[in-house]
Design a protein around this ligand. Structure first.
Ligand code: CDP
Length: 225
């Protein structure tokens, strides 16, 4: 593999396995990893903690100047996010946040606020960023774009198992409803809907192991570097 450091955009629906792939790929390439969804989740946590109505775009926009996000430079395994100097890496994964994060992410002012920070983080390449609009809006010129797909039942099982492992008692039905709710808002919102970029490569990982999906992505990296 050559040493040229590129920008890799990974998009897909919730729990499609894109974060796992993005982390594994960043680690294999020694690139920076950035989970853009964590930024939307951190803004959501701020709004919940400050009793801001997530459906009131004006209220949410007024809160943005009070939100300082910091992602300590680190390799993929230790990705963390700080909200106003507090490490909220675990707190942002709660169902309470998942329940309303897509409402927050549909607000244009929030997107503009976060996209600018994501673009600054990826300015020098050597980054793997995952999300919903990375290949279409954040880095439309990324050298490699991957769209991760997985069937819905597999996605529900993965997220349900992940929550159980963390001691969460959320039912499979609640997980399913949340994923379908977010899929719907994420793909129908007016600003930056979840779309597969025209030049993205699809990896469907329904029947792939973690190692196999990583290898498929590495093959793609080698084809463009
Ligand atoms: O981990 P999971 O796939 O469940 O979601 P996430 O990547 O943490 O993203 C949480 C939510 O943030 C998504 O459902 C989207 O509403 C929003 N998001 C977005 O709009 N754009 C991104 N680039 C990343 C996330």
């Amino acid at each position: 593999m050559t040493q040229r450091k590129i920008t890799i955009a990974i998009d897909g629906f919730s729990s499609s396995g894109k974060s796992t792939l993005a982390r594994d790929l960043a680690e294999a390439l020694n690139y920076t990893y950035l989970d853009s969804g964590a930024m939307y989740r951190a803004v959501t946590l701020y709004c919940i903690n400050h009793h801001i109505d997530v459906n009131d775009a004006t209220q949410v926009e007024a809160a943005l100047p009070h939100i300082n996000l910091h992602i300590p430079p680190a390799l993929s395994k230790t990705f963390a996010i700080h909200l106003n100097d507090r490490d909220v890496t675990d707190l942002i994964r709660s169902m309470e946040v998942s329940a309303v994060v897509s409402e927050i992410a549909a607000i244009s002012a929030v997107r503009a606020f976060l996209v600018a920070q994501q673009q600054a983080a990826g300015k020098y390449g050597g980054i793997v960023m995952d999300g919903r609009d990375i290949g279409t809006v954040v880095f439309p010129n990324a050298e490699l774009k991957i769209f991760v797909e997985s069937d819905i039942e597999t996605r529900i099982d993965r997220r349900h198992q992940e929550l159980i492992k963390k001691g969460n008692t959320t039912s499979r039905l609640e997980v399913k409803q949340n994923l379908l709710h977010r899929d719907n808002i994420d793909s129908t919102r007016e600003d930056s809907p979840l779309l597969k970029a025209k030049d993205a490569h699809t990896i469907n990982n329904t029947n792939l192991t973690r190692a196999q999906q990583l290898q498929a992505a590495i093959d793609l990296v080698e084809s463009v570097t």
